[in-house]
Design a protein around this ligand. Sequence first.
Ligand code: NAD
Length: 351
Amino acid sequence: MASYRSLILGCGPRAQQHAEVYAEIENMSLVAACDLDEDRLKTFATTWGIEHEFTDYETALEAVEPDIVHVVTQPGNRVWEVECAAKAGVKATILEKPMAIMPSEIVDLQRIRDLTGMKIIVNCQRRYFPQFRDGTIRRVMDEEIGDVYLIRASTRGNLVSMGPHTMDLLLMLMDDVQPEAVWAMAYGIDESGYKAYHRAPEHTFAEYWFPGGVRVLFDCDTEALGTPGEDSFWMHLHFDILGTHGRIYVTQNRGWWWQAEGMASREHGESSWDNQQHDGQRDFTAAVAEWLDGGEPHLNRFETARAGFDATMGALQSAYEGRRIDLPHSFTDEQWRELRERLIARDARVQ
Ligand SMILES: NC(=O)c1ccc[n+]([C@@H]2O[C@H](COP(=O)([O-])OP(=O)(O)OC[C@H]3O[C@@H](n4cnc5c(N)ncnc54)[C@H](O)[C@@H]3O)[C@@H](O)[C@H]2O)c1
């Protein structure tokens, strides 16, 4: 078993969860941290006992020659961040979601990955929560509720903030089969606070056609139906899975259950952000080293992450064109910019 040295770029709140799992992973060590903000950097490095501190990313890569880089910045510079890592000979880069904002960025990321062979993994860590990773919910879908014909996937984050997690889990539940068509509508845009980086329509509603006749109603909307009882927008991540003989109800933090015809009561399973996020992030991180060691491909590898990104871009293209479109999409950066201008102009007219 090889030993891997890691560098973390970005020492904000999310980076804490990347760092805290290192104590439990035998063959990985977090040796360096980098942040433009010196106070953040110092506090972070002291808290996690990190040996090397840098304020310049390229200097850090050159000095440390890490095997693994965690990119835990706001999205906006993902291509440059990944390209620097690839040039420095990094073996695997863990990118925080969203992996990209614009359609051209995903093409550039793939080009870098294909040219250099560097592994790119996107931090949609919920795939490593047991009810998803072990295929428990998938088994109920396959064996207990008849033919699945409708899934409602819903979150109160926008398409770029919570959309990546919601689409990622949806695709995992669908056995990573990709949708064939989408019809979507979108309105509003709010670019205040963190949404300046997580730029997407405030309200997006999409209907996806999947192979086998499964329809998905995908709601990334600050006013989405969400999960009863939740307060924080990002805690609303929810699936209703309807089959011809039963139903599965999945929340992010309030458990999941299923019931089929003839069952006197529901069968419940655990689904808890509070209890599962730490172990999920640990297993997600350890799986990067296992993959580098020749083990199973990572569940959040570039291909699966790109499929999710492309599905959400398809929704934007459909909203832009005002009609149902076949997938894969052909949405361009220029069209995205035009859509954004339209959303802003419409907001201004309504106010
Ligand atoms: N996977 C999840 O469950 C989850 C949860 C929360 C946030 N996130 C994602 O994590 C990312 C980071 O979120 P955050 O709240 O920690 O962000 P943040 O803005 O608070 O922190 C990012 C840090 O990166 C630093 N930085 C940016 N560019 C840099 C550069 N070129 N060189 C050095 N330092 C640089 C900034 O100075 C900042 O301190 C976002 O993309 C967010 O969507 C994911």
